[in-house]
Design a protein around this ligand. Structure first.
Ligand SMILES: NC(=O)c1ccc[n+]([C@@H]2O[C@H](COP(=O)([O-])OP(=O)(O)OC[C@H]3O[C@@H](n4cnc5c(N)ncnc54)[C@H](OP(=O)(O)O)[C@@H]3O)[C@@H](O)[C@H]2O)c1
Length: 264
């Protein structure tokens, strides 16, 4: 299958790649990449990242790096060193395309309603992982692969229906997903040469989905999640990532658009 967004020699970065949707993005995209491409997989659990790497064809070089993206002390320099470390022996302009998938995300404490969310440290940690560090990582990659390298750029933000639809007991999650989506809309305006997509993957059977289903404070939401499970309408990671590939292939969206699994 020929997909322009993944064609040529690619440098692919996937955050939150050890489990769930990020794991599947790494495996599916990895199977579509040309020989000589590199993939950088980021998450905390190095063993899981290495297991993911085993599922990627050997013609692609995979780098696995353990990093806690919820740590405010992670800096621009840490990201630069990580990426330059992977490029050791390869020049940046050896790549036709850099593809960044900002997949990492956490749901936050869904046992709390907004009037109970009064601890600034909790807000800071949540926003560090879900907004601040993704923006810094993105800027670092854009600056490393600036116009002097002639590398085409694709940025995929894994968003959620909850970025555009409020849900009770999801104050942390909804607000950060909305902010992250708007950040990438501004990024798209300022960088018209970049292919930017915010993809909402639908309800997907991952650890995050199980946490929300089991813990969410609002009984109505709990019923909705339970209903999805009982009716077998929760998606597999393969289903949602195959849909993402189709959306990239068709490329009917404008830069920065929110596109959902269920959109036509
Ligand atoms: N599942 C759904 O129904 C659903 C629906 C809409 C949107 N989404 C979005 O899809 C994306 C992926 O969600 P998912 O369901 O696949 O989640 P998941 O199964 O919980 O996986 C989360 C991934 O993020 C990594 N991660 C978590 N905390 C981290 C930290 N502090 N530092 C570095 N990495 C960290 C985890 O790896 P380690 O534990 O190894 O660090 C894991 O690889 C998220 O952005 C989520 O908002 C999911």
């Amino acid at each position: 299958m020929s997909i322009e967004a993944l064609s040529g020699k690619v440098f692919l970065v996937v955050t939150g790649a050890s489990r769930g949707i990020g794991r599947q993005i790494a495996i599916t995209f990895g199977s579509l990449l040309q020989e000589g491409s590199h993939i950088l997989l980021l998450a905390r659990n190095l063993n899981d990242l290495k297991e993911v790497a085993k599922n990627i064809p050997s013609k692609v070089t995979v780098h696995t790096v353990s990093i806690d993206l919820g740590e405010a002390k992670v800096t621009k320099t840490d990201f630069e060193e990580t990426i330059l470390g992977c490029l050791n022996g390869t020049t940046r302009d050896a790549f036709d395309r850099v593809v960044v998938v900002h997949n990492v995300g956490t749901i936050g404490d869904v046992t709390k309603f907004v009037n109970e969310m009064v601890d600034i440290d909790v807000w800071n940690q949540f926003y560090t992982l879900n907004l601040f560090l993704p923006t810094i990582l993105n800027a670092v990659i854009m600056n490393l692969f600036d116009n002097s390298t002639n590398t085409k750029k694709v940025v995929i933000n894994i968003t959620s229906l909850f970025a555009i639809q409020a849900n009770m007991a999801c104050g942390y999650y909804c607000s950060a997903k909305a902010a992250r989506e708007m950040y990438f809309k501004v990024f798209a305006l300022e960088n018209p040469d970049v292919n930017v997509l915010s993809y909402a993957p639908g309800p997907v059977d991952t650890d995050m989905f199980q946490t929300v289903r089991g813990m969410i404070a609002n009984p109505e939401s709990r019923k909705t999640f339970e209903h999805l499970r009982e009716t077998n309408t929760v998606l597999t990671t393969e289903q949602t990532v195959n849909r993402l590939v189709e959306i990239l292939k068709e490329h009917k969206y404008n830069a920065g658009d929110h596109v959902d699994y269920y959109d036509n």
